[in-house]
Write a protein of this length. Sequence first.
Length: 433
Amino acid sequence: MRRTKGNVIFYWDVLITFLTTYLAIVVPVGLIIGYRPEGFFLLLNLAASVCFIVDIVIHLNSYFLPDYVTEGERKLLRKRYIRRWFIIDLLSAIPFELIVLPENYFLLAAVLCTFRMLKVFRVLSFKANWEYRISMNPGILRLCFFFYFLVLFMHWIACGWLRLRTIPASADVLQEYIKALYWTTTTITTVGYGDIVPSQKSNIEMLYTMFVQFMGVGTYGYIIGNVANLISNIDQAKTRHRQRLDSVANFMKSKKIPKHLQERTYDYFNYLWATRKGYDHAAIMAELPESFKYEFALHLNKSIIEKVPMFKDAQPALVREIVICLRPCIYAPGDAICIYGEIGDRMYFINKGAVEVVSQDGKQQYAIIREGDFFGEIALILQHPRNATIRALEYCDLYSLDKESFDRVVSHYPEFEKSIQKMAQERMRQTEG
Ligand code: CMP
C-alpha cells in the first residue's frame, strides 16, 4: 500500500511535469503567432487546468504524505505549501491563453500567459522525490533538471526573438521558429556565427541580443562548473573506495588470509560499492548534530518502513520510535546471522535479500524469510536462547534493533508487544513441534 502510494506520487508528478512542459512550450508559441487552441489542443489545455486544480486539492489535504507523518507536521507542510506554491499553482490553473484580447493588449496577454506557465518552477520541487525514486546520482539528476530548464528557457528566448522580428505573412512559421532557435543556440552558447544578427536600426533587438549574450556567459560557466564538479565527485567516492580496498588487500596478503576468505572480502566490498557507493551511513550519522539525526534516520530508514507489513498498521509514533533505533548492517551469502542456543541481544528486519532458518546442525530448513519480514524476535520477547540458526542466502541488507530499544518500545506499546509475542509463539511451535 505504502509502496503504491509512493508510486502514485511519482506518476502524478510525472503527469504534472508533462502538462506543465506542454503548456510552457505551446502557450508562448500561441501568443506569438496568435493561435487559439482548438480541438485536441483545447482539450489538453483544459485537462491541464483540471489536473492543476486536483493537484492543489491534493496538497492542501496532504494526501500524498506517508502515514507516519504526524498531524503537526502535516499542518506545517500545508502552511508551507500555501506560502510557497498556492498562488503559483492557482494562477497556472487558469486557462488564460483562451482569453481573446485585442492585438494592442499584447503585454497584458504576455503577463497572463506567463502566469499560466509559472507552474514549471514547481517541477524543481519534484527533484527530491525523484532522487529517491529513480535512484540516480543527484549530480546527474541536477544536470538533467538544468538542461530541462535550459531548453525551455531557449524556447522562450526564441519566442521572444520571433516576436521582435516581424514574420512575413507568407513565411513558414516552423522554419522561422527554427531560425529563431538557431539564433538563440548560437548566442547562448557564445558561439555567435553572426549569420542572423539584430537589426542595427532596432534598439530593442540589440538590447535583447546583449541580454541573451550575458545570460549565455553565465549559463556556459554554470555548465562547465557543474560537469567538472560532478565528474570529480564521482571520482572522489570511487578513489576513496579503491584506497580502502587496496589497504584491505595489502593487509590480507601480509597476514596470509586464506584465498576463499579474501575472495569473500572482495565480493563484500564490491557489494558495498554497488549498493552504497562506498558511503558509511553510520559514520556520516555520527558527524551530525542530535537534532538532525532523527530526521536523517527517518529518511534513511524510509524504505524499511514501507516494506515491513507490521509497520503498516502500527501507530506513527511507534514507527518513529523504532525507526530511530534501527542500525543498518550487511551480511554476505552463507553468513550465520543468529546461532542456535546463543543469547540473542537484537532482532533484524530484512530490507533486501533472503535468509534461511535452519536447525542447530544446519540439516533441517524450517523456513526462508525474505524482504519485509523480521527474525530474532523470540530471544528478545520470550527471553529464550535463539531457537534456530539464521543463515544469509544472498547478500542481505538488514536493519537491527537492539534489546534495550526493543524493550523500551514494547513497554510503551502493549498491542505491538502482543502481536510480536503471538508471531514468536507461532514460530516456536512450528520449529519445535
Ligand atoms: P530467535 O530465536 O531469536 O532466533 C532465531 C530466529 O529464527 C527466531 O528468533 C525466529 O525469528 C526465527 N524462526 C524460528 N523458527 C521459525 C520458523 N518456523 N519460521 C520462521 N522463522 C523462524
